[in-house]
Design a protein around this ligand. Sequence first.
Ligand code: CO
Length: 134
Amino acid sequence: MIGKLNHVAIIVPDLEKATALYRDTLGAKVLPPHALPEHGVTAVFVELGNTRVELLEPLGAESPVRGFLSRNPDGGMHHVCYEVADIKAARDRLRASGARVLGDGEPRIGAHGKPVLFLHPKDFCGTLIELEEV
Ligand code: CO
């Protein structure tokens, strides 16, 4: 059911420093930062060819990732995103197997303008999973 790894999201306390680390130290191709106020983050995409890393810095006082950063002041891996062909079919199948879909279970438009859902980390090896319909 799941397809490619679309991205790995890493929350960072300082986007400029994190960008320099990926661009200069790791030698990766890094795109310019863009603000996503509706998601409460500023994002920098690191293009790896087969997938991408998203460096996310909280944007605004109400950012949903501020809590994560207060528990992990150095930053850390926040979620992995897998691609699915039909997100509602994926949701129904997961629910039928007992997995918890976060929120009201209705797909929302994610950072790439496509429908996404998140799955409870306790049901998936302690890892928050995002599903994105592509
Ligand atoms: Co994501």
